[in-house]
Design a protein around this ligand. Structure first.
Ligand code: NDP
Length: 451
């Protein structure tokens, strides 16, 4: 049987574009459909604009520090319009880069919504249909609002990048990556930030000591963080919104931001009719080669809800191409993925939390918390933390957790050692880089806890 294409990719985000490009570079005839903007969540409404907003927000403290270091700096306040204009231009540029990458690799791209009409056919919203030997679904996910009265008035992370002006006050609901990162960003940009999280501590699943320190630092930085608290309902009140919460209070905020998780974009793709299995959260169920229950259909990235991170989606895309087009079955390695949360301060983490490691085997914990030189000199009271969780039996570092400015950069490097199976003694025989914060990772001599 002949097909129009060897591969039809649905979704032009990081994972889909990478898979399409690499398959086409290897000689496959490839098409890709995207209903919105090329670059997907990461480039258009996630990691990239978020990180630029993190940078923008950090200047507030940088300017205070500069004054403490002897500079005459007159901060004139933050101009959202100016920043937003530049941000929009940058995203337009990046979208152009993504479109060109596809074009230059010989991928046919369609600005249309796609739906599967059978195991080898994609039908576009423009009415055209194309057959393909393989179909790759890389449609990502989207933010969800909780089901409560008035929730439709709240914004989600997609909206943050399009605000006509910054609110004076905001209530952020949630305690995950997005809630905590934007609490720091908006606080730094001068917005009065209140955050409600329903659980006992933010950033569930991360190392307890690390998330405890981040929570302290967020409060110290001016965020009004309320744990064990959730929103019950919201309604319009003048120019803002009146919010009833589980702590019995009623308060008015200019804006309410739901950072309450994301859902895979698997609806209305025609999947169930073809026998593609979906999980309870709507995620596409795949095997280690990203193959669904229908052999010609594969899925990668957030729509599969495995590890929802851009570099993971890209690796899943590469492994898919290697498996399907290069005849080299390559499972995706989801073990020991280093990651950063761009809170202020950042968390960089790889491997097991102290709690998870202890549940697995006897451990030693090496941990230090201190005031870093740069901030301490400027008179700030902020603390940082470096922690290694070590197996008593194998001496391997099972987890490394850093809370510090620049922790994302540090954990990328530490992640290599941990992925290679480095032991505590390997860390110890690495000479310190002085004076840095990260040198503490190789100079911790005595465990603070064992067992
Ligand atoms: P998360 O799943 O990380 O967090 C969702 C938060 O919302 C949790 O604190 C959750 O509470 C809370 N929540 C869920 N439902 C409700 C509800 N009905 N009422 C109140 N609170 C609720 O999702 P995010 O949206 O923050 O991020 C999605 C994913 O995107 C992340 O998991 C991550 O993979 C990725 N991401 C990565 C980033 C990075 O690498 N730096 C940055 C941003 C996103 P509870 O803990 O109790 O369930």
């Amino acid at each position: 049987m002949t097909f129009d294409y060897d591969l039809f990719v649905i979704g032009g985000g990081s994972g889909g574009v990478r898979a399409a490009r690499v398959a086409a570079a290897g000689g496959a005839r490839v098409a890709l459909a995207e209903q919105d903007r090329y670059g997907g969540t990461c480039v258009i409404r996630g990691c990239v604009p978020k990180k630029l907003m993190v940078f923008a927000s950090e200047y507030a403290n940088d300017m205070k520090d500069a004054q403490a270091y002897g500079w005459t700096v007159h901060a004139g306040g933050f101009d959202w319009d100016r920043f937003h204009g530049k941000l929009t231009d940058e995203l337009d540029r990046l979208e152009g880069v993504y479109r060109n990458l596809l074009k230059n690799s010989g991928v046919d791209s369609f600005d249309a919504r796609a739906r599967l009409s059978d195991a080898h056919t994609v039908t576009l919203s423009t009415g055209e249909s194309y057959s393909a030997k393989h179909i790759l679904i890389a449609t990502g996910g989207r933010p969800v609002r909780p089901d409560l009265p008035g929730a439709e008035h709240g914004i989600v992370s997609d909206d943050i990048f399009h605000l006509p002006k910054l609110p004076k006050s905001i209530l952020i609901i949630g305690g995950g990556y997005i809630a905590c990162e934007f609490a720091g960003v908006l606080n730094g940009l001068g917005v009065e930030v209140t955050q409600y999280y329903r659980g006992a501590q933010i950033l569930r699943g991360f190392d307890d000591e690390a998330r405890g320190l981040v929570a302290e630092e967020m409060i110290q930085g001016g965020i009004s963080l309320h744990l064990g608290t959730n929103i019950l309902s919201m309604e319009k009140d003048g120019a803002g919104y009146r919010v009833k919460s589980t702590n019995g209070t009623e308060k008015v905020f200019d804006q309410v931001f739901f950072a309450t998780g994301r859902r895979p974009n698997s609806d209305d793709l025609g999947l169930e009719d073809l026998g593609v299995e979906l999980g309870r959260g709507g995620q596409i169920v795949v095997n280690e080669y990203s193959q669904t229950a229908v052999p010609s259909i594969y899925a990668i990235g957030d729509v599969t809800d495995r590890v929802n991170l851009t570099p993971v989606a890209i690796r899943e895309g590469m492994a898919f191409v290697e498996t399907v087009f290069n005849g080299n079955p390559t499972p995706v390695d989801h073990d020991l993925i280093p990651t950063a949360i761009f809170t202020q301060p950042e968390i960089g983490t790889v491997g097991l939390s102290e709690e998870d490691a202890r549940a697995q085997e006897p451990i030693e914990v090496y941990c230090t918390s201190f005031k870093p030189m740069r901030q301490a000199f400027a008179g700030r009271v902020n603390r940082v933390m470096m922690k290694l969780v070590v197996s008593q039996e194998t001496r391997k570092v099972l987890g490394c957790h850093i809370v510090a400015p620049g922790a994302g950069e540090m954990i990328q490097m530490a992640g290599i050692a941990v992925k290679m199976g480095a032991t505590k003694e390997d860390f110890d025989r690495t000479c310190a880089v002085h004076p840095t914060m990260a040198e503490e990772l190789v100079t911790m001599k005595t465990p603070v806890r064992t067992g």
